[in-house]
Design a protein around this ligand. Structure first.
Ligand code: SF4
Ligand code: SF4
Length: 259
């Protein structure tokens, strides 16, 4: 499976710095990506014009990145008319590039962009990926969830402990358990205790703390809450945060048992 673009409904651009900004909520990122896409579609493919495009985007988006070391690439945009697929507008297959690879013009250089694979590629088991790719239908949440290896492994560990075995994907397709599962993965964007945080800090560069299947429930709970604390820079060490997770896990268990 191509984790960066598993199908024609969503994709990820986390390692292009998409979420590395003070306001990474969906409406704000959508507006930015839409503006960049519209501008780049009308930019002639010459060095001077692409350079001018880059300067225009920089002046329209003057906010400092959250992490200095992660470049917020001006060339990330939408690649399809429906604005569902985020990705590299310098890629040879991007609209109007006529199969010419322009990625050498970006901050990282062509080779780095071509060769990078985040830890999720190796760390998330295929059985989890199948369930997640089916449940996630939007680029913004997809890029937050699929790249957060600890969140995914912790969540599945807790779910498996709740139901006493591995999850049967067919038992949560389009049913009540599926709705509760979607609610839990949506915590990466709409965690109920996030307060007014506009941060959606991305963990794409974090290696897994423990491989799938090797986490006890207590550790899984701690890691899940740590991932949410990092994402929103909001404390999750209160009893209230743990209570939200435990209550939702119980609802999932009951719904799964009824399917
Ligand atoms: S963060 Fe990972 S999944 Fe996302 S675009 Fe980069 S390599 Fe692909
Ligand atoms: S040039 Fe590189 S960093 Fe920029 S959008 Fe393309 S792949 Fe991402």
């Amino acid at each position: 499976m191509n984790l960066c673009r598993p199908d024609e409904l969503k994709s990820c651009a986390a390692c292009c710095g998409l979420y590395n900004v003070p306001d990474a909520t969906r409406p704000t990122l959508w507006k930015k990506l839409h503006r960049r896409t519209t501008l780049f579609r009308t930019t002639p493919r010459s060095l001077e014009e692409i350079d001018a495009y880059q300067r225009t985007v920089r002046s329209a988006e003057p906010e400092a990145p959250l992490e200095e070391i992660i470049h917020v690439c001006e060339f990330t945009g939408f690649l399809d008319p429906r604005r569902l697929i985020v990705g590299c507008q310098l890629h040879p297959s991007a609209p109007s590039n006529s199969e010419v690879d322009l990625r050498g013009l970006c901050h990282y250089g062509s080779m780095a962009c071509k060769a990078f694979f985040c830890p999720a590629w190796a760390a998330i088991p295929g059985s989890y990926l199948g369930i997640l790719v089916h449940a996630l239908q939007d680029w913004h949440l997809y890029g937050l969830v699929i790249t957060d290896v600890d969140f995914v492994i912790s969540l599945f560990s807790l779910l498996e402990a709740q139901i006493g075995g591995t999850i049967d994907a067919t038992r949560i397709e389009g049913r009540e358990a599926s709705a509760v599962f979607r609610e839990m993965i949506s915590w990466k964007d709409t965690w109920p205790l996030r307060g007014a945080s506009t941060l959606r800090r991305n963990r794409y560069y974090f290696k897994p703390s423990a491989p799938a299947g090797e986490l006890g429930s207590e550790d899984a709970m701690d890691r899940l809450l740590d991932c949410l604390a990092f994402t929103f820079d909001a404390p999750t060490n209160s009893g209230a945060a743990k209570a939200v997770v435990e209550e939702t896990l119980k609802r999932f268990g009951r719904a799964y048992g009824r399917e």
